[in-house]
Design a protein around this ligand. Structure first.
Ligand SMILES: [Fe+2]
Length: 311
């Protein structure tokens, strides 16, 4: 049938315990040390030790073995090594292919589709339109951290955005949703506007993971909780992206990786009805929000990462 989203990701950091603390406060549930679950997506984040921060692996969720076989064939046709995984009885087949530009291991495995119970928008009064008369807003009574529902996307920096894009499209079967050519590209393997984003960078690096929450109030509540613990951990937000339309707020984990809460992302149910467009650079990042911080586009540890990669 098809790929249907991100299954999970493995994040490498030099100091695992610090990162574990951050992702607990971010609102993910730590099942066993370093293994985190979202509310609807189950186990979706593994934090492991590496000398520099990096996205070690991302798992794409497939419906069945045919999807995996198709990708294995395409990978071989592009002269990429394919590692096959299976249990002794042949169950749970899967493959791994290494992204040829930045070296991220992409695993493809059969996973159940994530089912989400409908999230009904809370009543919100608007000018001339009162739906909550005589009631306080439910949002003021919600407390504690956000509780992300699922992993939505990852974005990485690549020194060859065209080659990284070709890998996603020609080997993995992703579709381009929108881009600012040569700067940033957003691609999908599910109805989400994007499951992988690419940003042009002289140094390959992991930019961010993005986690779906219910609405703007849950973004605000999660931000409030994180900022209470560390007033300096905000990177950029609150805002609304132009490409994908989603509301966003980004935070920095102790290793320097960004983690995003998102809500209200564009959904593409009919692939043929969506036309990918090449947007002018001024649309590449946002529709509204605070000015784009320099650290968001060019994290301050890029020189350190470059040195580590060339060692
Ligand atoms: Fe994002």
């Amino acid at each position: 049938m098809a790929l249907h989203g991100l299954g999970s990701m493995t994040l490498g950091v030099p100091r695992v315990d610090e990162a574990r603390r951050f992702y607990r406060e971010f609102g993910l549930a730590e099942l066993t040390p370093g293994d985190f679950a979202s509310r609807d997506g189950g186990e979706q984040l593994h934090v492991v030790e590496r000398p520099i921060r990096q996205l070690v692996e991302v798992t794409l969720a497939a419906d069945d073995a045919d999807d995996i076989a198709r990708i294995a064939t395409a990978a071989a046709a592009h002269d990429l090594d394919v590692e096959h995984h299976a249990t002794a009885d042949g169950a749970n087949p899967g493959i791994s292919v290494v992204e040829p530009v930045v070296g991220i291991r992409v695993r493809v495995a059969v996973r159940d589709r994530i089912t989400q119970s409908p999230n009904v928008a809370p009543p919100m009064n608007r000018p001339g339109y009162t739906v909550r008369d005589g009631d306080r807003a439910p949002a003021i009574f919600a407390e504690g951290p956000a509780a992300p529902r699922r992993l939505g996307h990852v974005l990485w920096g690549t020194p060859d955005i065209a080659a990284s894009k070709r890998f996603l499209v020609d080997v993995l079967g992703f579709r381009l949703s929108d881009e600012s050519a040569g700067i940033i590209a957003f691609l999908r393997c599910s109805p989400d506007h994007h499951n992988v984003g690419l940003i042009s960078s002289p140094v390959p690096f992991f930019h961010h993971s993005s986690w779906q929450v219910d609405d703007v109030d849950e973004i605000g509540r999660g931000a409030h909780h994180l900022l209470t613990g560390d007033p300096m951990c905000s990177v950029w937000g609150l805002g609304r992206h132009f490409l994908g339309s989603n509301l966003f707020w980004y935070f920095r984990d102790p290793a320097g990786n960004f983690a995003e809460y998102f809500a209200d992302l564009d959904q593409i149910g009919d692939d043929d009805a969506w036309i990918a467009r090449d947007w002018a650079p001024d649309k590449s990042l946002f529709a509204w929000g605070p000015p784009v911080p320099r650290d968001f586009v060019e994290p301050p540890d890029l020189a350190e990462i470059k040195e580590a990669l060339s060692a």
